[in-house]
Design a protein. Sequence first.
Length: 220
Amino acid sequence: DRIRHDAPVLVIGLGRFGAATAGQLDRLGREVLAVDENESLVQKWSERVTHAVVADAKSIDALKQIGAQDFSIAVCAVGSSIEASVLITANLVDLKIPQIWAKAISASHGKILQRIGANHVIYPEREAGERTAHLVSGRMLDFIEFDDDFALVKMYPPKPIRGKNLTESGVRSKYRVTVVGVKSPGKPFTYATENTVVSNHDLIIVSGTEGDIERFAALE
Ligand code: ADP
């Protein structure tokens, strides 16, 4: 199913995670319907997002009343109560919402959500923890990890590649990673070529498998 990139988003639960999701979607210019059973939270958010309503999303009738079935994307951001999260996600599936994102607090919670029919399960704490470990453990300043173990990392260049061009340092053949872009201080990012010389204070963007990048980043 292809879904329009500007389709309105239904966000259920305005806790820390749901509120951040709804707020960022709003900043991205997306129409959001935020739902929470807590009236004061709804009141607080009603000025920030397009629509915010009080409803108990465990009830499919309550969801129908607010027009949930018309959405093509929904996020179940209720985590701390697994029972509520499961019932809400099941309701979203029953309403035939094609894209359902659901937050899980544990692997078993996530497995249940997937079995019920959530298309995307998010583990915010686990993901933030893994991310922190990467950032704490080395030279990496930022990274994105894709499904199949492929990653894109922002880092300072390890010693063996400094002061040489990328062909001389043999980044691809020796370390099996690709330098995609380079940023010298005060200059914008440029795409790297074979002749790009990487210096000490440059920032580089590197792509490769997670393991190869870890080894590359640990080089002294
Ligand atoms: P976080 O850890 O991100 O703060 P929580 O799981 O603690 O997330 O927050 C859940 C939010 O979802 C709370 O604001 C709560 O009021 C709301 N919520 C819980 N159950 C329901 C429900 N059945 N219908 C609508 N909102 C709910």
